[in-house]
Design a protein around this ligand. Structure first.
Ligand SMILES: NC(=O)c1ccc[n+]([C@@H]2O[C@H](COP(=O)([O-])OP(=O)(O)OC[C@H]3O[C@@H](n4cnc5c(N)ncnc54)[C@H](OP(=O)(O)O)[C@@H]3O)[C@@H](O)[C@H]2O)c1
Length: 271
C-alpha cells in the first residue's frame, strides 16, 4: 500500500488528486494551511505552512510519495514555492520519501515572469534535493483561464491581449497523469501535459462569451514586453503533447450547465 502526501490539497489540482489516489488504493494525507471545507472519507489531514515551516515532520512521516502541489501564485512565491519547497525536500529526505512529484508549468524557462522564475528555481531544488523526483509540467488549467476571463466578464467591453496563445487542459486529466506516476519509483522529467487545442486568447474569450450567453465586444489590447511576447510566440504551449482530451468548449458546457442545473435544483427546493 502506497502512502501519499498531497500538499496544496485544497487547491485545484489537489482536489482532483485526492479522490483519484484513494480510488487506486493509496493511503492519502492532504496538507495545506486550512483544512478542506468538506470531509472526505479515507483522507488523513495535516496542517502545513510552508513559510512558517510548521507541520513538515507530521506531513512527511511514514510517507512513500509526496505530490507537492502547494503554490502561492498571488503571494510570496519565493518563500512558498522556492524556500518552502526546499524545506519540504529536507523533511522528505529525512523521512526517506521515495518519489517527490512536482507539478510545474509549460514554458517556465521561456517566459520571463517572476512566478515562472520561481517555478524553475523550485524544479532545480527538486532535482538537486536528494530525494528521487518526478517533474511534470502542464499547461494552464481550464479553471484558471475561466478565472482570468471572469475578471473581464463584468466589463461592458473586454480589453484582451487576443493574440497570446494557450493550450488549456482539464485539471482532472493532469491529475490522472500524476496519479499514474505516483509510485515509489521516480520517473525524472516526464512529458508535459497539454490540452487538446491551442487557442488564442481571442478564441478562448469568444467561446467563453458564447458559453455564458454574453454579448460583450472583445477589444484587442497589444501588450508590449518580453513576457507578453513569450505567450504570443507560443512558449507556454506544447502542441506535440496533447494528453488532455476535454476541450475548452466541452469544459465550459459542463461547468455552466451544471451550475445552471444546481441553480434550478436550488430554486425548485425552495418553492
Ligand atoms: N493553475 C494552473 O493553471 C496550473 C497549470 C499548470 C501547473 N500548475 C501547477 O500545479 C500546482 C497546483 O496549482 P493549483 O492551481 O492547484 O494551485 P491553487 O489552486 O492556487 O492551490 C494552492 C494550494 O497551495 C496551498 N498553499 C498556499 N500557500 C501555502 C503555504 N504557505 N503553506 C502550505 N500550503 C499553501 C493552498 O492552501 P492554503 O491556502 O489553505 O494553504 C492550496 O491548497 C502548482 O505547482 C502550479 O504551479 C498550475
Amino acid at each position: 500500500m502506497i502512502r501519499t502526501l498531497v500538499t496544496g490539497a485544497t487547491g485545484a489540482l489537489g482536489v482532483a488528486l485526492r479522490p483519484r489516489l484513494i480510488a487506486v488504493g493509496h493511503v492519502v494525507r492532504g496538507a495545506s494551511r486550512s483544512p478542506p471545507t468538506e470531509s472526505e472519507e479515507n483522507l488523513e489531514w495535516v496542517e502545513l505552512d510552508l513559510i512558517e515551516g510548521t507541520g513538515m515532520e507530521s506531513a512527511v512521516k511514514n510517507v512513500d510519495v509526496v505530490i507537492h502541489a502547494a503554490t502561492a501564485p498571488q503571494g510570496d512565491t519565493d518563500e512558498v514555492d522556492v524556500q518552502g519547497t526546499k524545506r519540504l525536500l529536507e523533511a522528505a529526505q529525512e523521512a526517506g520519501v521515495e518519489n517527490f512529484l512536482y507539478p510545474s508549468i509549460v514554458g517556465v524557462d521561456d517566459v520571463p515572469l517572476t512566478y515562472y522564475e520561481h517555478k524553475v528555481a523550485a524544479e532545480t531544488a527538486v532535482e538537486d534535493g536528494g530525494v528521487p523526483a518526478t517533474i511534470v509540467r502542464a499547461t494552464q488549467f481550464h479553471s484558471f483561464v475561466a478565472e482570468m476571463l471572469g475578471y473581464v466578464a463584468k466589463l461592458p467591453v473586454w480589453p484582451l491581449p487576443t493574440s497570446m496563445q494557450f493550450q488549456p487542459v482539464d485539471v482532472r486529466e493532469v491529475a490522472d497523469v500524476i496519479v499514474d506516476h505516483a509510485t515509489p519509483v521516480a520517473s525524472g522529467r516526464i512529458d508535459p501535459v497539454g490540452g487538446p487545442d491551442v487557442c488564442s486568447v481571442g478564441e478562448l474569450a469568444r467561446i467563453y462569451r458564447t458559453a455564458r450567453g454574453l454579448r460583450r465586444p472583445i477589444i484587442r489590447v497589444p501588450i508590449p514586453g518580453k513576457t507578453a511576447a513569450g505567450f504570443r510566440d507560443g512558449h507556454a504551449i506544447c502542441p506535440d503533447h496533447r494528453a488532455g482530451t476535454v476541450t475548452w468548449t466541452e469544459w465550459l458546457a459542463e461547468r455552466y450547465t451544471s451550475s445552471s442545473d444546481e441553480m434550478n435544483a436550488r430554486a425548485q427546493s425552495t418553492t
